[in-house]
Design a protein around this ligand. Structure first.
Ligand code: SF4
Length: 306
């Protein structure tokens, strides 16, 4: 596994680029993920030419259009200039090998689906992508995108990292360096933890080497981190897959592991390490590359709290 290359809102990276000259450092970004990630910090407002400090802006619904407006002071509308800048910057980013992006929550430029759209009087009408976040979503389809608040829980951090690793691996399939069927084999248990119903369609797309259609389903269905019940289902699947090559004693032990996990008496890390020891004993080569049973070091740390 190579080091992940992820985009990040520069203020979350600790750069003092916000409208008031402050930063909004995220511990997940600067501490927890730091050993495993190459960050690409971007502040679209500053790169576009806005000064630090600057008056705050927000998205406002007007009769003819949505404005990105300096609502407290000049009333200047930055929508056209920011839209043009964002499209061009996002297009360039698409060639920089990103596997995910951590955006600042609620920002009218960076917010991933949670930027407020307001009336001119200041009433919030709906949540939507910030202008730059929307451009990145359009330029890099299926790129895993979260806000820093999604990384406050172990489940959120693990799920985001897994999706970024999967995104990078799917790029290899897209480039012909990995068969999609092999990707499917490695990520099947992870996917099964998220969706018990879309697996058949996904398998058919893997057989047909339809990478784009496959990616669309894979990333849509894995957005929300699995619950304990979901992980139980995935562990049961792993146990079932290993059953033909295990002894009755081993099967009995594996059933006990899944049961203890389901009751909250065992962490996901302990459950997975026990199951994968069984897989290793059985010399199941394909399982030693399974992304759920053999998570990366960064994800295994998060498994301790799941
Ligand atoms: S949220 Fe985005 S635009 Fe605002 S300061 Fe942070 S990086 Fe810059």
């Amino acid at each position: 596994m190579t080091e992940l290359r992820l985009g990040v809102s520069a203020c979350l990276f600790g750069q003092p680029v916000r409208y008031d000259g402050s930063a909004k450092e995220s511990a997940a970004v600067t501490e927890r993920f730091a050993p495993h990630v190459t960050w690409v910090p971007i502040c679209p407002e500053v790169e576009q030419g806005m000064p630090i400090p600057r008056p705050p802006i927000r998205l406002e619904q007007h009769p003819e259009q949505i404005k990105l407006i300096e609502y407290k002071d000049s009333g200047t509308d930055f929508m056209d200039v920011m839209t043009e800048f964002s499209a061009s910057r996002a297009k360039a980013l698409a060639g920089e090998g990103l596997s995910g992006y951590v955006f600042k929550a609620t920002s009218p430029s960076c917010g991933p689906g949670d930027a407020g759209l307001f009336t001119p009087e200041g009433d919030r009408i709906e949540n939507r992508d910030g202008v730059f976040a929307a451009a990145v979503r359009a330029a890099i389809p299926n790129l895993p995108m979260v806000c820093e608040e999604d990384l406050e829980s172990a489940a959120g951090r693990e799920n985001f990292l897994a999706r970024c690793e999967a995104y990078e691996s799917l790029q290899h399939a897209r480039e012909g360096r990995l068969l999609l069927t092999e990707f499917h084999r490695r990520w099947w248990i992870f996917f099964h933890a998220h969706s018990a119903s879309s697996g058949e369609a996904l398998g058919e797309l893997a057989e047909a080497q339809q990478v784009d259609a496959y990616a669309e389903i894979f990333f849509r269905e894995t957005t929300t981190p699995p619950s304990r019940e979901d992980h139980q289902r995935a562990l049961e699947w792993a146990q079932f897959e290993l059953t033909p090559v295990t002894t009755p004693h081993t099967r009995f032990r594996m059933t006990g592991v899944v049961g203890e996990y389901a009751k909250g008496q065992m962490t996901l890390r302990t459950a997975v390490e026990t199951l994968r020891d069984r897989a290793a004993e059985s010399q199941l080569v394909s399982y030693t590359q399974d992304a759920y049973l053999w998570p990366s070091a960064a994800r295994l740390v998060e498994y301790e709290a799941l």
